[in-house]
Design a protein around this ligand. Sequence first.
Ligand SMILES: [Zn+2]
Length: 290
Amino acid sequence: MTMVENIDWDSVEKASKKLTISRRIWLLKHVSGFAPTASKMVHRKEWDSDKCPRCQLEIEDVDHIMSCKNGTAYEQRLKGILTLKRWMQRNSTAPEIAECITLTLAAGPTAKFEEMVGTSSSTSKLRRMILDAAREQDELGWNNFCRGRISKRWKQAQHTYLEECRLLRKKTSNTWACNFLLHLYELIHEQWEHRNEEITKATKEKASASERNKIECDIRKQFELGIGTLRPSDHHYLNEGIENVLRKNIRAQKYWVRKCQVSREYTENTEKNMLVGMRNIMRSWATQPD
Ligand SMILES: [Zn+2]
């Protein structure tokens, strides 16, 4: 049997039918590796760097979204993993399955599902089935798990657990697997959203830094121009001293620059008007008949 056949495609299909259209499109891009990650953006020649915008350390591709080591990314991911764990606990998941998945997800891509199967109170049959599921998932890979490509054997082990607990009448392992995937997608999507928020924040910071630079240039220019073309009543703007003006908040600085500019425009216009007036007087004087 090839690896692809070990994937629980039935549940993948069922779960994807329950998603909203926008979420389904996102998922399709994510699992196919076409999501606009840094490496894809470089490929499209839209970004210069393929480094992860969150950690700045590793190349960002789809797999990196769920394994980024940036502090807030990790914190947020742990919260999501705990939410998934609580959902599993509330929904009659075999405790060993819930524990194994929670620990392996939290430990990251180098962790092995098999190693996280605890020694527990379950029957030997169930334990063997969980171990088989974990081993098969290790063959499929951690990254595939984080693309929703889960082994069919999880569902089979969960079925045995429900059977042993006499819960089969109320619950089915099919519904369990489908809902598990939906919660897993949520966890992955939250990471994607977190990553996008970080990019927006960084872009805003960059913009405000460039705005601060510009206003500082404008202030320095006013001091270079000096009081010469300021109206005498506005000289106090420069008398404040450059250090004091640079210490103001950006709103006050903008107001200060505008005041200086208006004052200079006023002086320039007055001088221009005076020249025009003088020229007119000279002209009429020159053409006066004697
Ligand atoms: Zn990263």
